[in-house]
Write a new protein. Structure first.
Length: 89
């Protein structure tokens, strides 16, 4: 049974967390390094301790611990607008 969202998951080196239909979920690395692969995306990502990535494709996504153990949290994605609206004076 998969862990509920927001519950930290410990991965041993080279262990993989499967995220079916993960579009919109944020993968946050709390310890170690993660290799993230999304189905249908030719560009993989590596995130380090303290970094996160919001999955943006439907289908299976994989988060794999690299070069040692990792601690990961998966939660609903938070997309921050880099250009917030400004109120007119």
């Amino acid at each position: 049974m998969p862990a509920p969202l927001d519950t930290p998951v410990y991965l041993r080196e080279r262990e993989t967390l499967r995220l079916p239909d993960g579009a919109g979920l944020e993968v946050r690395c709390l310890l170690g390094n993660l290799w993230i692969t999304e189905e249908g995306d030719g560009e993989d990502r590596i995130i380090a301790n303290g970094e996160s990535f919001v999955l943006d494709r439907p289908g299976l996504s994989l988060a794999t611990a690299l070069t040692g153990p990792a601690l990961v949290v998966v939660q609903p994605g938070r997309v921050l607008d880099p250009h917030p609206l400004r109120h007119a004076a």
